[in-house]
Design a protein around this ligand. Structure first.
Ligand code: FES
Length: 87
């Protein structure tokens, strides 16, 4: 379990182990852009303001992943206790 801050609305959400970040945002009434929901298409890529990402997508390159600047919210998770996202 980790925390996501949706910076544009200021919402602070707990992401349970059996839910994706995208599902958690939807449950909170937000409407993230999604398509494949499998980490393939890149539609859901969201800018990371702070926090460390546990990348699970196959869309971004290793270089992009190590920069940690964007996260595929349909499948990736957090290594840090909190992620602040530009959404
Ligand atoms: Fe396709 Fe997330 S919706 S990578």
């Amino acid at each position: 379990e980790f925390e996501v801050v949706a910076a544009r609305s200021g919402k602070v959400l707990r992401v349970r182990h059996d839910k994706s970040i995208a599902e958690t945002l939807e449950e909170a009434g937000l409407r993230p852009l999604l398509s494949c929901e499998q980490g393939i298409c890149g539609t859901c890529l969201t800018r990371v303001i702070s926090g460390e990402v546990d990348h699970r997508d196959t869309f971004q390159t290793q270089l992009e992943k190590s920069s940690g600047s964007r996260i595929a919210i349909c499948c990736s998770r957090a290594r840090s206790r909190q992620l602040v996202l530009d959404i």
